[in-house]
Design a protein around this ligand. Structure first.
Ligand code: BT5
Length: 276
């Protein structure tokens, strides 16, 4: 399979590859952009419909959570954001991240001989020898209207054809699909697999099939000894990640037996690799 490097061809290849019913059918392509999440937020404010996608070949200010950066060399990665307007109660916001994580796992399993997994709350991991490495991440930014989830912007970054020397030095060790599989991939082909799986998962959730069980099955975090850094708490919480609740919050049991329900935070595995 040849890899598309001509950037104007990239938009045309996306148009040709995406065969979903509605998700990503209307898309805005940019050779370069600040952050696809930020551009889509502006479009959403101006009334863009659910399903709209912003996709780029390069971000100058790609965002992670909590003001962190997402770094991806030009021409190597999938960098896109999708607009949903689910009108779910706010506590269901994590469902979008669950559905998206499951969609990436399914797409990668379909196209590669790899076994991707999820790390709570928003990381995409691949096994590499005896450790887990991060090959992608998700960033959900949701707005409320009358206590309902309105414009919900789901950003996804996937290290596709990133060569080992191009990977960012990050707090959690990074990898790419190319590095783990040796296989170059046409990015639009992978994009279409992700969008198709995400569209199916989202529609199933709307029909009342929660993504929770399938998501828990792919979560490497459960059963692990973890250390969790939370905003506003000086000391990390350490314990065993025993379960999640229905809304995807992590339940951590301290050595004393006391349990904590954690809505957001950064997890480091204590016995597994931390990369730190
Ligand atoms: C995430 O944040 O993992 C969410 C990443 C979402 C990126 C997409 S790209 C399209 C859309 N538009 C945006 O502007 N963002 C979304 P977090 O868990 O905070 O992880 C960020 C951390 O991951 C950074 O501080 C780095 O340590 C590390 N990192 C940065 N770039 C990476 C990469 N390409 N691969 C692996 N790790 C990376």
């Amino acid at each position: 399979m040849s890899v598309n490097t001509n950037r104007s061809d990239y938009a045309a290849a996306i148009r040709a590859a995406v065969n979903t019913r509605w998700l990503g059918q209307s898309f805005h392509y940019f050779n370069s952009v600040t952050s696809t999440n930020d551009v889509l937020a502006t479009l959403a404010q101006n009334g863009a419909p659910a399903g709209t996608m912003v996709i780029t070949d390069y971000q100058s200010q790609g965002k992670g959570r909590l003001g962190r950066r997402w770094l991806a060399p030009q021409g190597t990665s999938l960098l896109f954001s999708l607009l949903f307007r689910p009108l779910w109660p706010p506590e269901k916001a994590a469902w979008l991240t669950m559905i998206a994580g499951l969609a990436v796992v399914k797409a990668v399993e379909t196209l590669y001989e790899l076994t991707p997994r999820l790390k709570w709350p928003n990381d995409l991991l691949l096994p590499s020898r005896d450790q887990w490495l991060k090959f992608g991440g998700m960033l959900l930014e949701a707005q409320m209207t009358e206590e309902r989830l309105d414009a919900s912007i789901l950003g996804i970054g996937i290290n596709v054809n990133v060569r080992p020397g191009q990977l960012p030095r990050s707090s959690y060790p990074a990898t790419s699909l190319l590095q783990e599989s040796g296989q170059q991939m046409e990015r639009p082909v992978l994009l279409n697999e992700v969008l198709a799986a995400l569209e199916g998962g989202y529609e199933a959730a709307r029909l009342g099939y929660p993504p929770l069980k399938a998501w828990q099955d792919k979560l490497v975090t459960l059963g692990q000894a973890v250390s969790i850094v939370q905003v506003g708490r000086r000391l990390p919480l350490t314990g065993i990640a025993v379960d999640t609740d229905n809304m995807g919050r992590l339940i951590v049991r301290e050595e004393s037996g006391r349990e904590h329900v954690v809505a957001a935070g950064d997890v480091t595995f204590q016995v597994d690799n931390s990369g730190e």
